[in-house]
Design a protein around this ligand. Structure first.
Ligand SMILES: O=C(O)c1ccccc1NCC(=O)[C@H](O)[C@H](O)COP(=O)(O)O
Length: 260
């Protein structure tokens, strides 16, 4: 069983439990549900911002604990002050040590787009994302059929959310593209064996239609790489561990983005 299989199995249990405890009506009555989402295109393509989607990530299956002392509000404020285009917040608890409260606290701390970084399988999770203050959801091609991607993307778009589709290879890209997506991310990390190679980004960038934002994800640790990815055609750069592994992620993001 791969890590993705284990994550999906766990998610299905969590969704069943959540549905039995909180109704969709209750989610729709929450504080953030009716707020208008930020438009990701505007924040990524804005000249005053650097295209970085900075991630709040305490732990991961590949690295174990990355940072279990950083406070989400402090880190989110520092990311926003460094002109990032969006912030990704892990809400998975079992594998990444994230909480829905992380997303909600980030929402109250900053005025830029927030990505609910989780393993979305069900419309209920999309409603949760909206209720917890997200502007963007992630759909991972490796765990969803083309039909589910289309249905979940349409459902999310109808709620005003932006949709980031994540692919790892051309086969996933070809079978998963659909109209309602906002951005397509190429994950440089193979989620089955955790190997990281930026070659995945370089191989796929020209195959992504220009109507979508193009995001390179994972394993980015220096600004030269960002400049090379920009030249190749990317306009978004998802970075987690490089900031979170430092005892002071706020200082790390400031120094990094100061070089862009
Ligand atoms: O990071 C992992 O170990 C991982 C394992 C299984 C599924 C997803 C995983 N990561 C999610 C991500 O895609 C990254 O958190 C994100 O792209 C940032 O990557 P990095 O800058 O390398 O932390």
């Amino acid at each position: 069983m791969t890590i993705l299989d284990k994550i999906v199995e766990q998610k299905l249990r969590e969704i069943k439990f959540a549905k039995s405890h909180t109704s969709t009506e209750e989610l729709q009555q929450s504080t953030f549900f009716n707020r208008e989402c930020y438009n990701l295109n505007e924040f990524i393509l804005n000249d005053g911002r650097n295209g970085v989607i900075a991630e709040f990530k305490r732990a991961s299956p590949s690295k174990g604990i990355i940072n279990d002392t950083a406070e989400v509000q402090d880190v989110a404020k520092a990311y926003a002050a460094s002109n990032v285009s969006a912030i990704s917040v892990l809400t998975d608890n079992v594998f990444f040590k994230g909480f829905r409260e992380d997303l909600m606290q980030a929402r109250t701390a900053v005025d830029i787009p927030l990505l609910r970084k989780d393993f979305m399988l069900d419309e209920y999770q999309v409603l949760e994302a909206k209720a917890w203050g997200a502007d963007i959801i992630l759909l991972i091609a490796a765990i969803l059929s083309p039909e589910r991607i289309k249905t979940l993307a349409a459902f999310a778009k109808n709620l005003g959310l932006n949709i980031l589709l994540e692919v790892h290879n051309q086969e996933e890209l070809d079978r998963s593209i659909c109209d309602d997506l906002t951005a397509i991310g190429v994950n440089n990390r193979n989620l089955a064996d955790f190997t990281v190679s930026l070659e995945h980004s370089y191989e796929l960038v020209s195959l992504i239609p220009d109507e979508f934002l193009k995001v390179s994800e994972s394993g980015i640790s220096n600004t030269d790489t960002i400049n090379e990815l920009k030249s190749a055609g990317f306009n978004g750069f998802l970075i987690g561990e490089n900031f979170m592994k430092e005892s002071d992620p706020a200082q790390a993001v400031k120094e990094f983005t100061g070089r862009l």
